[in-house]
Design a protein around this ligand. Structure first.
Ligand code: IPE
Ligand code: IPE
Ligand code: MG
Length: 239
């Protein structure tokens, strides 16, 4: 993927998050099955991840399967699970070449053993890479993450009176910086239980483009828009 945009004039977010959405509608509007939409989405994901990390983003979180997505038809869930296994096997070499550390956020159950194995192998193989972090949110739910953090804190008999925001973060699935830019493709205007804690002060960007068509040029537009935002964090405007 190539870009015409001069990134030296732009603000680069440290942590970008993407809700990968619209695969199903992308396929249906082409007369294809929803499963073909997921195939197209995952083909796009590989190049997009490389492009985004090459632009200087340090952390990229990707919502690829929510805890609620298990409500979908068995065939669709099974196809997505097969795609995850395929993707983690197929793309390991690329993450190694690009020096990217891959981490995961989400619960184990009820993921199939094959997915857990491929996921854990990917995390183990890339754990010492230092060129950036890709965080796959797989069987992820924001409420589940906060609930799981609270349970860990209680089980660890933590002195809760001394607990700070930063301490709390250590109990989340991954200890990552706050999200700067949150992108949801396909025109839906909601979070759908994604990284509720980490999105507190994120800038939101909602392109209409469905995920299989969201490429380098669309990402450039997101960064141009992000650069124009005035982030105040509750303080006074800089303008
Ligand atoms: C991809 O898009 C989301 C997942 C990978 C679960 P969708 O499958 O939600 O596509 P739409 O929203 O139905 O178009
Ligand atoms: C959110 O998208 C989950 C992922 C993209 C992985 P959904 O398509 O499942 O969300 P809703 O149902 O439209 O809110
Ligand atoms: Mg959707």
């Amino acid at each position: 993927m190539n870009s015409e945009v001069d990134y030296s004039q732009l603000k680069i977010p440290t942590h970008v998050a993407i809700i990968v959405d619209g695969n199903g509608r992308w396929a249906v509007e082409r007369g294809l099955s929803r499963l073909k939409g997921h195939d197209a989405g995952f083909d796009n994901l590989r190049n997009l991840v490389r492009y985004i990390m090459s632009r200087g983003v340090k952390v990229l979180s990707l919502y690829v399967f929510s805890t609620e997505n298990f409500k979908r038809a068995k065939e669709e869930v099974g196809h997505l699970m097969d795609l995850f296994v395929l993707m983690y096997r197929r793309d390991l070499q690329i993450f190694m070449e690009d020096n990217i550390k891959v981490v995961f956020s989400g619960r184990d159950a009820p993921l199939p053993k094959s997915v857990i194995k491929a996921r854990d192998e990917m995390a183990e193989a890339t754990k010492n890479n230092t060129g950036g972090i890709v965080n796959f949110c797989l069987n992820y739910g924001g409420r589940a993450e906060i609930m799981d953090a609270v349970k860990k804190i209680v089980h660890a008999s933590v002195d809760v009176d001394k607990l700070t925001d930063d301490d709390f973060r250590h109990y989340l699935y991954q200890d990552l910086p706050d999200i700067d830019l949150m992108i949801r493709t396909s025109g839906e205007l909601r979070l759908s239980n994604f990284l509720l804690w980490q999105n507190s002060y994120a800038e939101f960007y909602f392109p209409k483009t469905k995920f299989p068509d969201f490429g380098a040029a669309e990402f450039d537009q997101a960064i141009i828009e992000y650069t124009s935002r005035d982030r105040r964090f509750g303080g006074n405007t800089k303008a």
